[in-house]
Design a binder for this molecule. Structure first.
Ligand code: AMP
Length: 420
């Protein structure tokens, strides 16, 4: 099947050709015809499947044809809601790329930066608005944005939206949308809460499902090293001796962990940088650009920050820690082997994470290949469940003790006000 077979208009086909998209991906092939027929769609697809183009192409086509019939001033006719800033930027870029010959204008708004550039763009007039929920509500409250002209609404990465606690924001935004609209709802996973939310948004939707989260992309080769907590860094350096690993996205569970990994790799002259929630937006964009252009070998990211990263042909993903939620593992490794490219994921597991591997293997229904050629094999014992419980209780007690002493008022006899 070709894009032409999906009855996509010439100005968009021309842009896709320039992007060297030859055939539609599965989600595109299945969703685009329904969206063009103005049906609501409930799409179950993870990132890397080409889902952005699956909704961007038909929306651009609708807007282009609508404008041919009725050339009114630019108003926000389409709203795309997405959880993270990186993802928002990526989606807006995709609209610009596929829509470059359509004259349809888009802009993107997200928090963490000053709003003036965003409000100026809005004042100039746009057809498509890509937004994260917080900044959208903020600008709506300030009167910069009204949603009364929205005809096409996309809720992207709905599961991640709920994980990030955006449910109230989403409900507030939906309440402001016109009832007569076409809605598209995408989520990688479909737990009950998501299905309930989709019912509030969609009207008699067509369900389109591609590679559910439990079926890991077949093109990704998955490897596993068992090691100890204290040898992870040395093992990472050993892995990176392989010069074929020239561009790797490395996941760290915490921001502090991410910064520590960067420092350790930089000490060994490995070009590395981190992106996570504590980094300023312009820093994140700069780092991402350097990584895409091959100036950095390792990009360290937390799960949320990595969500919006879209790098064509990213081959390697390293899990510096094993996520305790098995779906997160699938999201992570899905960053390699994008759109049918071959990918490799390497996971580094310490004793306490052994149990997480079992959960992951259950979810993906396959065994991850263990690498025996490992100079730092696992020798420590994992804690038993009881030991772990005792450890956690003790940790909590110490924390409480620490804060209660910290918050205690200094006694009046402290040396600063002792009577002379
Ligand atoms: P997404 O799942 O939307 O994040 O897209 C994943 C990647 O696939 C992006 O880098 C897109 O540029 C790319 N892509 C999307 N559709 C196609 C296609 N039909 N052919 C080739 N690459 C595509």
């Amino acid at each position: 099947m070709q894009f032409e077979d999906l009855e996509i208009i010439e100005p968009i086909i021309k842009a896709l050709k320039e992007e060297k998209y030859s055939v539609p991906t599965s989600i595109q092939e299945r969703a685009i015809p329904h969206i063009l027929k103005r049906k609501d769609v409930l799409g179950s697809a993870q990132t890397g499947t080409g889902k952005t183009a699956a909704f961007a192409i038909p929306i651009l086509q609708h807007l282009f044809l609508d404008r041919q019939r009725n050339n009114s001033p630019h108003k926000i006719n389409a709203l795309i809601l997405t959880p993270t800033r990186e993802l928002a930027i990526q989606i807006a870029d995709s609209f610009s790329t596929y829509g470059k010959y359509t004259g349809i204008k888009n802009t993107v708004i997200f928090g963490g930066v000053t709003q003036s550039a965003q409000t100026n763009a809005l004042k100039r007039g746009v057809d498509i608005l890509v937004a994260t929920p917080g900044r959208l509500l903020d600008l709506m409250d300030q009167g910069f944005i009204r949603l009364k002209d929205v005809e096409y609404f996309v809720l992207d990465e709905a599961d991640r939206m709920l994980d990030m606690g955006f449910i109230h924001e989403i409900k507030k935004i939906i309440a402001k949308l016109p009832g007569k609209r076409q809605s598209l709802f995408f989520s990688a996973t479909m737990p009950t809460k998501i299905v309930e939310l989709s019912r509030k948004i969609l009207n008699n939707p067509i369900k389109v499902e591609v590679s559910p989260v439990s079926s890991t992309a077949e093109t990704i080769q998955q490897y596993l090293y068992y090691t100890n907590r204290l040898t992870k860094n040395d093992l990472l350096l050993h892995i990176l001796q392989d010069k074929r690993i020239d561009q790797v996205l490395l996941f760290s569970r915490t921001k502090h962990g991410a910064d520590r990994i960067v420092r350790n790799l930089q000490k060994k002259k490995i070009k590395t940088a981190a992106i996570h929630g504590d980094k300023a937006q312009n820093h994140r964009q700069k780092v991402l650009k350097q990584f895409k252009e091959g100036e950095l070998r390792v990009l360290v990211a937390t799960d949320i920050a990595a969500r919006g990263i879209d790098i064509d042909k990213l081959k390697y993903v390293i899990n510096y820690d094993i996520p305790n939620i098995a779906e997160t593992y699938v999201h992570r490794i899905g960053r390699s082997g994008r759109a049918g490219e071959e990918g490799v994921s390497i996971s580094i597991c310490e004793p306490e994470e052994n149990a997480f591997i079992k959960d992951i293997e259950k979810l993906i229904n396959q065994k991850i290949e263990i690498i025996d050629d490992n100079p730092f094999p696992q020798t420590d014992n994992p804690m038993t469940a009881t030991e772990k419980q005792v450890f956690e209780i003790e940790k909590k007690r110490r924390k409480q003790e620490f804060f209660s002493t910290k918050n205690q008022k200094r006694p009046s006899s402290s040396r600063f006000n002792r009577k002379k």
